[in-house]
Design a protein around this ligand. Structure first.
Ligand code: ADP
Ligand code: MG
Length: 422
Protein backbone atom coordinates (compact mmCIF):
# COMPACT_ATOMS: atom_id res chain seq x y z
CA UNK A 1 0.00 0.00 0.00
CA UNK A 2 1.03 3.57 -0.68
CA UNK A 3 0.12 6.09 1.99
CA UNK A 4 -0.12 9.85 2.09
CA UNK A 5 0.43 11.70 5.38
CA UNK A 6 -0.29 15.42 5.61
CA UNK A 7 1.69 17.54 8.09
CA UNK A 8 5.26 18.09 9.10
CA UNK A 9 5.82 18.00 12.86
CA UNK A 10 6.83 15.57 15.59
CA UNK A 11 3.29 14.26 15.61
CA UNK A 12 3.49 13.34 11.93
CA UNK A 13 6.85 11.66 12.49
CA UNK A 14 5.25 9.52 15.20
CA UNK A 15 2.34 8.71 12.89
CA UNK A 16 4.66 7.82 9.99
CA UNK A 17 6.80 5.55 12.17
CA UNK A 18 3.73 3.77 13.55
CA UNK A 19 2.22 3.32 10.07
CA UNK A 20 5.48 1.87 8.76
CA UNK A 21 5.18 -1.06 11.16
CA UNK A 22 2.46 -2.48 8.93
CA UNK A 23 4.07 -4.95 6.51
CA UNK A 24 1.73 -4.05 3.65
CA UNK A 25 2.99 -0.46 3.58
CA UNK A 26 5.38 0.01 0.68
CA UNK A 27 5.57 3.77 0.43
CA UNK A 28 4.71 6.81 2.49
CA UNK A 29 4.66 10.34 1.12
CA UNK A 30 4.65 13.06 3.72
CA UNK A 31 3.54 16.60 2.74
CA UNK A 32 5.46 18.67 3.63
CA UNK A 33 7.22 16.48 6.21
CA UNK A 34 10.59 17.70 7.46
CA UNK A 35 14.27 16.80 7.36
CA UNK A 36 13.84 14.18 10.08
CA UNK A 37 10.71 12.59 8.68
CA UNK A 38 12.62 12.30 5.38
CA UNK A 39 14.46 9.33 6.94
CA UNK A 40 11.18 7.42 7.11
CA UNK A 41 9.06 8.79 4.28
CA UNK A 42 9.36 10.64 1.00
CA UNK A 43 8.82 14.29 1.89
CA UNK A 44 7.43 16.63 -0.73
CA UNK A 45 7.47 20.37 -0.05
CA UNK A 46 3.75 21.08 -0.37
CA UNK A 47 2.17 23.02 2.49
CA UNK A 48 -0.53 21.27 4.51
CA UNK A 49 -2.90 24.17 3.81
CA UNK A 50 -2.32 24.15 0.05
CA UNK A 51 -5.36 22.03 -0.74
CA UNK A 52 -5.15 22.48 -4.52
CA UNK A 53 -1.56 21.20 -4.71
CA UNK A 54 -2.29 18.30 -2.35
CA UNK A 55 -5.29 17.24 -4.43
CA UNK A 56 -3.18 17.52 -7.59
CA UNK A 57 -0.45 15.41 -5.96
CA UNK A 58 -2.97 12.76 -4.89
CA UNK A 59 -4.55 12.72 -8.35
CA UNK A 60 -1.16 12.03 -9.86
CA UNK A 61 0.17 9.50 -7.33
CA UNK A 62 -3.08 7.76 -6.30
CA UNK A 63 -2.27 6.84 -2.66
CA UNK A 64 -4.33 3.96 -1.28
CA UNK A 65 -5.01 5.78 1.99
CA UNK A 66 -4.39 9.23 3.41
CA UNK A 67 -3.97 10.49 6.96
CA UNK A 68 -4.65 14.18 7.57
CA UNK A 69 -3.43 15.33 10.98
CA UNK A 70 -3.13 19.14 11.28
CA UNK A 71 -6.15 21.22 12.28
CA UNK A 72 -6.17 23.76 9.43
CA UNK A 73 -6.39 21.40 6.45
CA UNK A 74 -9.07 19.42 8.31
CA UNK A 75 -11.09 22.57 8.99
CA UNK A 76 -10.58 23.69 5.39
CA UNK A 77 -12.08 20.42 4.15
CA UNK A 78 -9.06 18.50 2.83
CA UNK A 79 -10.63 15.15 3.74
CA UNK A 80 -13.73 16.02 1.71
CA UNK A 81 -11.57 16.98 -1.24
CA UNK A 82 -9.47 13.80 -1.14
CA UNK A 83 -12.50 11.56 -0.67
CA UNK A 84 -14.11 13.26 -3.70
CA UNK A 85 -11.26 12.04 -5.89
CA UNK A 86 -11.50 8.55 -4.40
CA UNK A 87 -8.72 8.63 -1.81
CA UNK A 88 -9.96 7.11 1.46
CA UNK A 89 -8.90 9.23 4.43
CA UNK A 90 -8.40 9.07 8.16
CA UNK A 91 -9.66 12.35 9.57
CA UNK A 92 -12.96 14.19 9.95
CA UNK A 93 -14.73 15.93 7.09
CA UNK A 94 -15.09 19.70 7.26
CA UNK A 95 -18.55 19.62 8.81
CA UNK A 96 -17.23 17.47 11.69
CA UNK A 97 -13.88 19.26 12.10
CA UNK A 98 -15.93 22.29 13.19
CA UNK A 99 -15.82 20.70 16.65
CA UNK A 100 -12.35 22.23 16.86
CA UNK A 101 -12.77 24.94 14.24
CA UNK A 102 -15.45 26.76 16.20
CA UNK A 103 -15.43 26.90 19.99
CA UNK A 104 -18.89 28.52 19.81
CA UNK A 105 -20.21 25.55 17.84
CA UNK A 106 -18.77 23.03 20.28
CA UNK A 107 -20.05 24.98 23.30
CA UNK A 108 -23.56 25.06 21.83
CA UNK A 109 -23.36 21.34 21.06
CA UNK A 110 -22.33 20.53 24.64
CA UNK A 111 -25.12 22.71 26.03
CA UNK A 112 -27.72 21.13 23.75
CA UNK A 113 -26.68 17.57 24.64
CA UNK A 114 -25.88 18.13 28.32
CA UNK A 115 -22.21 17.34 28.01
CA UNK A 116 -20.38 18.76 31.05
CA UNK A 117 -18.33 21.85 30.23
CA UNK A 118 -17.65 25.34 31.62
CA UNK A 119 -20.68 27.66 31.54
CA UNK A 120 -20.17 30.28 28.85
CA UNK A 121 -21.72 33.15 26.93
CA UNK A 122 -21.13 33.99 23.29
CA UNK A 123 -20.62 37.53 21.99
CA UNK A 124 -20.45 38.96 18.49
CA UNK A 125 -20.48 42.58 19.63
CA UNK A 126 -17.51 43.99 21.61
CA UNK A 127 -19.69 46.47 23.54
CA UNK A 128 -22.00 43.69 24.73
CA UNK A 129 -18.99 41.57 25.71
CA UNK A 130 -17.54 44.45 27.74
CA UNK A 131 -20.86 45.16 29.46
CA UNK A 132 -21.02 41.53 30.55
CA UNK A 133 -17.35 41.44 31.58
CA UNK A 134 -18.02 44.35 33.94
CA UNK A 135 -20.44 42.19 35.90
CA UNK A 136 -18.64 38.85 36.02
CA UNK A 137 -16.34 37.26 38.59
CA UNK A 138 -12.57 36.99 38.02
CA UNK A 139 -10.57 35.13 36.97
CA UNK A 140 -12.60 34.34 33.92
CA UNK A 141 -11.70 32.98 30.49
CA UNK A 142 -11.97 34.78 27.14
CA UNK A 143 -11.71 32.60 24.04
CA UNK A 144 -11.66 33.38 20.35
CA UNK A 145 -14.14 31.26 18.43
CA UNK A 146 -11.86 30.02 15.66
CA UNK A 147 -8.38 28.56 15.24
CA UNK A 148 -5.72 30.82 16.74
CA UNK A 149 -2.52 28.76 16.83
CA UNK A 150 -3.18 27.86 20.49
CA UNK A 151 -3.09 31.53 21.53
CA UNK A 152 -6.81 32.23 21.48
CA UNK A 153 -7.72 31.26 25.06
CA UNK A 154 -6.85 33.76 27.76
CA UNK A 155 -7.35 33.51 31.49
CA UNK A 156 -7.95 37.09 32.61
CA UNK A 157 -7.63 38.24 36.21
CA UNK A 158 -9.43 41.57 36.00
CA UNK A 159 -11.80 43.64 33.89
CA UNK A 160 -8.79 45.59 32.51
CA UNK A 161 -7.18 42.42 31.21
CA UNK A 162 -10.49 41.22 29.82
CA UNK A 163 -10.93 44.55 28.03
CA UNK A 164 -7.52 44.17 26.37
CA UNK A 165 -8.43 40.66 25.27
CA UNK A 166 -11.71 41.84 23.73
CA UNK A 167 -9.95 44.77 22.02
CA UNK A 168 -7.29 42.48 20.54
CA UNK A 169 -9.63 39.74 19.41
CA UNK A 170 -12.74 41.61 18.30
CA UNK A 171 -11.55 45.09 17.33
CA UNK A 172 -7.89 44.76 16.28
CA UNK A 173 -8.64 41.24 15.06
CA UNK A 174 -5.20 39.85 15.87
CA UNK A 175 -6.53 36.36 15.03
CA UNK A 176 -8.42 37.57 11.96
CA UNK A 177 -11.97 36.26 11.60
CA UNK A 178 -11.29 33.71 14.37
CA UNK A 179 -11.98 36.51 16.86
CA UNK A 180 -15.19 37.93 15.39
CA UNK A 181 -17.06 35.84 17.92
CA UNK A 182 -15.79 35.15 21.42
CA UNK A 183 -16.77 33.06 24.40
CA UNK A 184 -16.58 34.30 27.95
CA UNK A 185 -16.26 31.22 30.04
CA UNK A 186 -16.42 30.20 33.67
CA UNK A 187 -12.96 29.57 35.16
CA UNK A 188 -12.62 25.92 36.18
CA UNK A 189 -10.00 24.32 38.40
CA UNK A 190 -8.50 20.84 38.66
CA UNK A 191 -5.93 18.66 36.92
CA UNK A 192 -6.02 18.63 33.12
CA UNK A 193 -6.08 15.40 31.17
CA UNK A 194 -5.80 14.82 27.44
CA UNK A 195 -7.63 11.83 26.03
CA UNK A 196 -7.26 11.05 22.35
CA UNK A 197 -9.77 8.64 20.89
CA UNK A 198 -10.37 6.70 17.71
CA UNK A 199 -13.87 6.92 16.33
CA UNK A 200 -15.71 5.73 13.24
CA UNK A 201 -18.67 8.02 13.82
CA UNK A 202 -20.56 5.55 16.03
CA UNK A 203 -18.05 3.68 18.16
CA UNK A 204 -15.51 5.59 20.19
CA UNK A 205 -12.40 3.97 21.67
CA UNK A 206 -10.29 6.12 23.98
CA UNK A 207 -6.51 5.84 23.81
CA UNK A 208 -4.24 5.89 26.83
CA UNK A 209 -4.57 9.23 28.68
CA UNK A 210 -1.77 11.79 28.77
CA UNK A 211 -0.53 14.96 30.45
CA UNK A 212 0.92 17.91 28.59
CA UNK A 213 3.40 20.54 29.84
CA UNK A 214 2.51 23.74 28.00
CA UNK A 215 4.70 26.32 29.71
CA UNK A 216 8.22 27.00 28.50
CA UNK A 217 9.93 26.85 31.91
CA UNK A 218 10.36 24.45 34.80
CA UNK A 219 7.66 24.51 37.44
CA UNK A 220 5.11 25.44 34.75
CA UNK A 221 6.47 28.99 34.58
CA UNK A 222 7.02 31.15 31.54
CA UNK A 223 5.22 31.52 28.25
CA UNK A 224 2.73 29.15 26.70
CA UNK A 225 4.18 26.90 24.01
CA UNK A 226 2.98 24.21 21.66
CA UNK A 227 4.04 21.74 24.39
CA UNK A 228 7.38 21.04 26.06
CA UNK A 229 6.75 17.44 27.00
CA UNK A 230 4.16 14.81 27.81
CA UNK A 231 3.66 11.69 29.85
CA UNK A 232 1.22 8.83 29.46
CA UNK A 233 -0.79 7.57 31.19
CA UNK A 234 -1.99 10.56 33.23
CA UNK A 235 -2.10 9.42 36.89
CA UNK A 236 -5.10 11.63 37.69
CA UNK A 237 -7.18 9.74 35.14
CA UNK A 238 -8.33 6.75 37.20
CA UNK A 239 -10.46 3.90 35.81
CA UNK A 240 -13.45 5.35 37.71
CA UNK A 241 -12.99 8.74 36.07
CA UNK A 242 -12.52 7.04 32.70
CA UNK A 243 -15.93 5.37 33.15
CA UNK A 244 -17.58 8.68 33.98
CA UNK A 245 -15.97 10.30 30.91
CA UNK A 246 -17.12 7.48 28.65
CA UNK A 247 -20.72 7.82 29.86
CA UNK A 248 -21.02 11.59 30.17
CA UNK A 249 -18.60 12.90 27.56
CA UNK A 250 -17.15 10.53 24.95
CA UNK A 251 -20.24 8.60 23.84
CA UNK A 252 -22.59 11.59 24.14
CA UNK A 253 -20.27 13.68 21.94
CA UNK A 254 -20.10 11.05 19.20
CA UNK A 255 -23.89 10.55 19.39
CA UNK A 256 -24.49 14.29 19.29
CA UNK A 257 -22.35 14.75 16.19
CA UNK A 258 -24.17 11.89 14.50
CA UNK A 259 -27.57 13.39 15.36
CA UNK A 260 -26.44 16.75 14.02
CA UNK A 261 -25.65 15.13 10.67
CA UNK A 262 -21.92 15.61 11.25
CA UNK A 263 -20.60 12.12 12.01
CA UNK A 264 -17.04 12.43 13.31
CA UNK A 265 -14.53 9.92 11.95
CA UNK A 266 -10.88 10.05 12.87
CA UNK A 267 -9.09 11.03 16.04
CA UNK A 268 -11.13 13.09 18.47
CA UNK A 269 -9.10 14.71 21.22
CA UNK A 270 -10.84 15.50 24.48
CA UNK A 271 -9.18 18.22 26.55
CA UNK A 272 -10.61 17.60 30.02
CA UNK A 273 -10.44 19.22 33.41
CA UNK A 274 -11.14 17.05 36.45
CA UNK A 275 -13.04 19.62 38.49
CA UNK A 276 -14.41 19.11 42.02
CA UNK A 277 -17.79 18.70 40.28
CA UNK A 278 -16.55 15.99 37.95
CA UNK A 279 -14.77 15.85 34.59
CA UNK A 280 -15.63 18.67 32.18
CA UNK A 281 -14.66 19.41 28.60
CA UNK A 282 -12.21 22.30 28.16
CA UNK A 283 -12.01 21.83 24.40
CA UNK A 284 -12.18 19.38 21.55
CA UNK A 285 -9.46 18.99 18.96
CA UNK A 286 -10.36 17.27 15.71
CA UNK A 287 -7.00 15.47 15.44
CA UNK A 288 -4.03 13.98 17.24
CA UNK A 289 -2.41 16.43 19.66
CA UNK A 290 1.26 17.23 19.51
CA UNK A 291 3.20 16.26 21.66
CA UNK A 292 0.57 13.89 23.18
CA UNK A 293 0.79 11.67 20.10
CA UNK A 294 4.49 11.15 20.78
CA UNK A 295 3.74 9.29 24.02
CA UNK A 296 0.44 7.69 23.03
CA UNK A 297 1.42 6.00 19.76
CA UNK A 298 4.58 4.33 21.14
CA UNK A 299 2.30 2.60 23.68
CA UNK A 300 -0.18 1.42 21.03
CA UNK A 301 0.32 -2.31 20.54
CA UNK A 302 -2.31 -2.66 17.80
CA UNK A 303 -1.57 -1.86 14.19
CA UNK A 304 -2.26 1.85 13.59
CA UNK A 305 -3.13 1.51 9.90
CA UNK A 306 -5.70 -1.22 10.60
CA UNK A 307 -7.37 0.92 13.26
CA UNK A 308 -7.37 4.00 11.01
CA UNK A 309 -8.91 2.03 8.16
CA UNK A 310 -11.62 0.73 10.50
CA UNK A 311 -12.40 4.33 11.54
CA UNK A 312 -12.82 5.24 7.89
CA UNK A 313 -14.89 2.14 7.09
CA UNK A 314 -17.21 2.40 10.09
CA UNK A 315 -16.08 -0.97 11.43
CA UNK A 316 -14.17 0.08 14.55
CA UNK A 317 -14.45 -2.24 17.56
CA UNK A 318 -13.13 -1.74 21.05
CA UNK A 319 -11.01 -4.90 20.95
CA UNK A 320 -9.08 -3.60 17.94
CA UNK A 321 -7.28 -0.97 20.01
CA UNK A 322 -4.80 -2.25 22.57
CA UNK A 323 -2.19 -0.45 24.60
CA UNK A 324 0.85 -1.64 26.49
CA UNK A 325 0.62 -1.49 30.27
CA UNK A 326 3.73 0.65 30.76
CA UNK A 327 4.32 4.38 30.59
CA UNK A 328 5.97 6.82 28.21
CA UNK A 329 7.58 10.23 28.55
CA UNK A 330 8.41 12.72 25.79
CA UNK A 331 10.90 15.49 26.48
CA UNK A 332 10.75 18.20 23.83
CA UNK A 333 14.14 19.62 22.87
CA UNK A 334 13.67 23.15 21.57
CA UNK A 335 15.80 26.01 20.29
CA UNK A 336 16.65 28.27 23.22
CA UNK A 337 14.40 31.32 23.10
CA UNK A 338 11.32 29.46 21.86
CA UNK A 339 8.43 30.42 21.78
CA UNK A 340 9.80 33.86 21.01
CA UNK A 341 13.02 34.60 19.12
CA UNK A 342 15.53 31.82 18.54
CA UNK A 343 18.40 30.91 16.22
CA UNK A 344 18.37 27.83 13.99
CA UNK A 345 20.68 26.15 11.51
CA UNK A 346 22.70 24.11 14.02
CA UNK A 347 23.70 20.58 13.15
CA UNK A 348 21.82 17.84 15.01
CA UNK A 349 23.72 14.72 16.07
CA UNK A 350 21.41 11.80 16.72
CA UNK A 351 22.45 8.68 18.63
CA UNK A 352 21.40 5.14 17.77
CA UNK A 353 18.14 4.43 19.58
CA UNK A 354 17.69 1.28 21.63
CA UNK A 355 14.88 -0.60 23.31
CA UNK A 356 12.15 1.73 24.61
CA UNK A 357 13.57 4.81 22.90
CA UNK A 358 12.16 6.90 20.06
CA UNK A 359 13.19 10.20 18.51
CA UNK A 360 10.55 12.19 16.66
CA UNK A 361 11.80 15.14 14.64
CA UNK A 362 9.67 18.28 14.48
CA UNK A 363 11.79 21.21 13.29
CA UNK A 364 14.72 20.18 11.11
CA UNK A 365 15.88 20.39 7.53
CA UNK A 366 18.55 18.64 5.52
CA UNK A 367 21.28 20.77 4.00
CA UNK A 368 24.42 19.36 2.35
CA UNK A 369 23.54 15.99 3.81
CA UNK A 370 23.46 17.38 7.34
CA UNK A 371 20.43 17.53 9.59
CA UNK A 372 20.04 21.11 10.84
CA UNK A 373 17.67 22.69 13.35
CA UNK A 374 14.92 24.63 11.61
CA UNK A 375 12.25 25.39 14.18
CA UNK A 376 11.33 26.25 17.74
CA UNK A 377 10.50 22.75 18.81
CA UNK A 378 13.22 20.64 17.26
CA UNK A 379 12.45 17.10 18.39
CA UNK A 380 10.90 14.85 20.99
CA UNK A 381 13.02 12.37 22.94
CA UNK A 382 10.74 9.58 24.05
CA UNK A 383 11.37 6.94 26.69
CA UNK A 384 9.09 4.00 27.32
CA UNK A 385 9.28 1.66 30.33
CA UNK A 386 7.26 -0.41 32.79
CA UNK A 387 6.87 2.52 35.19
CA UNK A 388 6.53 6.24 34.68
CA UNK A 389 9.61 6.87 36.80
CA UNK A 390 11.76 4.71 34.52
CA UNK A 391 10.17 6.18 31.38
CA UNK A 392 11.09 9.70 32.53
CA UNK A 393 14.66 8.59 33.30
CA UNK A 394 14.93 6.94 29.92
CA UNK A 395 13.63 9.97 28.02
CA UNK A 396 16.13 12.26 29.74
CA UNK A 397 18.99 9.79 29.26
CA UNK A 398 18.15 9.74 25.54
CA UNK A 399 17.92 13.54 25.40
CA UNK A 400 21.41 13.76 26.95
CA UNK A 401 22.78 11.78 24.00
CA UNK A 402 21.23 14.11 21.42
CA UNK A 403 23.26 17.16 20.49
CA UNK A 404 22.59 20.40 18.69
CA UNK A 405 23.55 24.03 19.18
CA UNK A 406 21.29 26.27 21.23
CA UNK A 407 19.33 23.31 22.65
CA UNK A 408 16.88 23.88 25.48
CA UNK A 409 14.62 21.50 27.35
CA UNK A 410 12.59 21.55 30.55
CA UNK A 411 14.15 19.47 33.30
CA UNK A 412 10.94 18.56 35.12
CA UNK A 413 8.77 16.79 32.56
CA UNK A 414 6.82 14.11 34.41
CA UNK A 415 7.56 15.41 37.91
CA UNK A 416 3.98 16.58 38.49
CA UNK A 417 2.68 13.18 37.41
CA UNK A 418 5.20 11.35 39.61
CA UNK A 419 4.19 13.50 42.59
CA UNK A 420 0.53 12.65 41.92
CA UNK A 421 1.36 8.94 41.96
CA UNK A 422 2.79 9.25 45.47
N1 ADP B 1 -12.77 27.37 31.50
C1 ADP B 1 -11.49 27.26 31.81
N2 ADP B 1 -11.09 27.29 33.11
C2 ADP B 1 -9.78 27.22 33.43
N3 ADP B 1 -8.79 27.09 32.54
C3 ADP B 1 -9.12 27.05 31.23
C4 ADP B 1 -10.47 27.12 30.80
N4 ADP B 1 -10.50 27.06 29.46
C5 ADP B 1 -9.22 26.95 29.06
N5 ADP B 1 -8.39 26.93 30.12
C6 ADP B 1 -6.91 26.80 30.07
O1 ADP B 1 -6.42 27.36 28.87
C7 ADP B 1 -5.81 26.36 28.05
C8 ADP B 1 -6.12 26.62 26.60
O2 ADP B 1 -7.53 26.59 26.39
P1 ADP B 1 -8.18 25.74 25.22
O3 ADP B 1 -9.65 25.87 25.30
O4 ADP B 1 -7.61 24.38 25.27
O5 ADP B 1 -7.73 26.54 23.93
P2 ADP B 1 -6.62 26.31 22.80
O6 ADP B 1 -5.93 25.00 23.07
O7 ADP B 1 -7.39 26.32 21.56
O8 ADP B 1 -5.72 27.48 22.96
C9 ADP B 1 -6.34 25.04 28.59
O9 ADP B 1 -5.46 23.98 28.36
C10 ADP B 1 -6.51 25.35 30.07
O10 ADP B 1 -5.28 25.22 30.76
MG1 MG C 1 -5.94 23.35 24.20
Amino acid sequence: MDLLVIGGGGREHAVVKALKKNKSVEKIWCLPGNGGIARDAECVPIKATDLESIVAFATEHRPDFAVVTPDDPLCLGLVDRLEEIGVPCFGPTKNAAILEGSKVFSKQLMEKYNIPTAAARTFTDPAAALAYLQTCDYPTVVKADGLALGKGALIVGSFEEAKDAVENMMVKKIFGESGSRILVEEFLTGPEVSVLSFTDGSTVVPMVSSMDHKRAGDGDKGLNTGGMGTVAPNPYYTPEIADVCMKTIFRPTIEAMKKEGRPFRGCLYFGLMLTPKGPKVIEYNCRFGDPETQVVLPLLSSDLLTVMQACRAGTLREDMVKFETGAACCVVMASDGYPQKYDTGYEITLPETGEGEEIYIAGAKVSDGKLLTAGGRVLGAVGKAETLEKAVERAYALAERIEFGNAYMRRDIGQRALAALK
